[in-house]
Ligand binder design. Structure first.
Ligand code: PMP
Length: 308
């Protein structure tokens, strides 16, 4: 059972979960899947402080998601940033996952949602390694899904929108049922886009390759973080289309996401990646990543917002 905070932020106020955490079954977003959300992590640090990682970038993406589908969001990034910190403080959480959620509320239940109010909510819960502690250390096994990432003709790949996760949930469940840890999703042209909640990187001859934004991927904030850190470590990083063969024949593969952090992939579709164990480039970048999000590496203070 999820251990969530008993206080949440709802349309401008900190309230009790037992009261504001209940929503009507007439909420428009529940019926048609037009809602925007984010996933943000706060880390507690060795020096006793607690900081949120890339808070503003996540809230800017939330605003973009709302804009893409026309959800009016009356709170700006500054207000939402303060609200996120207030949720952590109200629940006395030092290390947590924050979930801002913007919903179209009760009003019309026809498709036209123009007059319905917007609900902006922020909840927080304790979340360990999304793909398991063992996955972060020893790597995960992935299976390519038969379900593809929707193109920008059919969806809004750059938005983090609730209804867009239907095929991702099915793909994830199918992968788990078949004994894998995660699913990889392709685009209409058969290119490898990403995991169901993570971006993907391939290491080939000490170069990092990752699909471009044009490949129906979510512009991951962890993806951007890892590209920056990898370049600082002297690696060449290229954004280019990847085939399944690029992945099968890679030296190393890893996934990035706020929930999944930086998780190595050691097998895809029954084929061992490299020697089937976590590789040296992944290990180096993973160490740098965790030092950065936990504030032990102080080279990017602009990415950290202090809670306590
Ligand atoms: N792709 C998808 C589909 C996702 O849901 C996520 C998680 N937000 C990501 C990639 C990774 O994005 P981020 O690093 O910003 O969490």
């Amino acid at each position: 059972m999820l251990e969530y905070g008993q206080k949440l932020w709802s349309n401008g106020e900190i309230r009790d979960f037992s009261d504001a955490g209940k929503i009507s079954i007439l909420v428009h977003s529940l019926h048609y899947g037009v809602g925007a959300f984010e996933g943000i992590r706060a880390y507690s640090r060795r020096d006793g402080r607690s900081t949120v990682f890339r808070l503003r970038e996540h809230l800017e993406r939330l605003a973009h998601s709302c804009k893409l589908v026309g959800i009016p969001l009356e709170y700006d990034t500054e207000v939402l940033a303060r609200a996120c910190l207030a949720v952590l403080s109200a629940n006395e959480l030092r290390e947590a996952y924050l979930r801002p959620l913007v919903l179209i509320g009760v009003g019309s239940l026809g498709l036209a949602s123009g007059e319905n109010p917007t609900h902006a909510l922020i909840v927080a819960w304790k979340w360990g390694a999304y793909l398991g502690e063992g996955g972060v250390k020893r790597g995960v096994r992935c299976k390519t899904s038969a379900w593809g990432r929707p193109s920008s003709m059919a969806a809004f790949p750059r938005g983090k929108l609730t209804g867009q996760y239907v095929t991702s949930v099915v793909a994830k469940n199918d992968a788990l049922r078949d004994g894998y840890d995660e699913a990889l999703m392709l685009d209409d042209g058969g290119h490898v886009c990403e995991g169901t909640g993570e971006n993907i990187f391939v290491v080939q001859d000490r170069r990092l390759l990752t699909p471009p934004l044009s490949c129906s991927i979510l512009p991951g904030i962890t993806r951007d973080t890892v590209i920056t850190l990898a370049r600082e470590e002297g690696y060449r990083v290229e954004e280019r289309l990847l085939s399944r063969e690029d992945v099968y024949l890679a030296d190393e593969v890893f996934l990035t996401g706020t929930a999944a952090e930086l998780t190595p992939v050691v097998e895809v579709d029954g084929r061992a990646i490299g020697r089937g164990e976590v590789g040296p480039v992944t290990t180096q970048l993973q160490e740098r990543f965790f030092e950065t999000v936990r504030g032990d590496d102080e080279s990017h203070p602009e990415w950290l917002t202090e809670v306590y």
